[in-house]
Design a protein around this ligand. Structure first.
Ligand code: ADP
Length: 155
């Protein structure tokens, strides 16, 4: 059976923190679908198309990574994609508490889907898309927080 994981998130924009989690998870799965969730109540800072393009560029050489967008529940998207794993990254204990509730709720909705957590490396644990957006909004240099493949475009 193919091991397929969905890595859901906003990726607004993708950071070196996300990139690291995906690269570290890749040896564990046959395929990882990076899934940009469309939030009906709130637009992203960057457009969905831009976010998707950037992620595709970062992983352009990797055939086992796909980038998709989805609306609705993550568990429903997993079922549609025949994915049995949800991948998430953990930076802090606050992340853990937030993720715990979502993972347990997801499991109660679909027991065949396991959430797998990867702990961020210490040097990447302070990186968040929110902060990257603030830096860019204020015309600062956020280049060291975004993957090298898209650094020029985000400057
Ligand atoms: P969401 O809006 O669902 O939190 P994000 O795009 O912010 O989406 O994050 C997607 C996933 O990546 C989450 O599991 C989040 O904890 C993880 N993540 C974000 N930044 C980092 C980082 N610096 N190190 C490790 N994991 C991270």
């Amino acid at each position: 059976m193919n091991k397929v994981a969905v890595f859901p998130g906003s990726f607004d924009p993708i950071t070196t923190g996300h990139e690291s989690i995906i690269k570290r998870a890749l040896p564990m799965f046959d395929k990882i679908i990076i899934a940009i969730g469309v939030n009906a109540l709130k637009d992203g800072y960057f457009s969905l198309e831009k976010r998707k393009q950037w992620i595709e560029k970062v992983f352009s050489g990797e055939k086992r990574i796909e980038v998709k967008t989805y609306k609705g529940l993550t568990v429903d998207f997993c079922k549609k994609e025949k994915a049995n794993y949800i991948l998430r990254g953990l930076r802090t204990s606050a992340d853990f508490e937030f993720e715990r509730v979502i993972a347990q709720m997801n499991r109660s909705m679909n027991e065949s889907i396991e959430t797998i957590f990867i702990l961020s490396t210490p040097e990447l644990s302070a990186i968040a898309s929110t902060v990257v957006r603030d830096i860019l909004r204020n015309e600062g240099d956020a280049s060291k927080f975004v993957p090298s493949a898209i650094r020029k475009e985000l400057k």
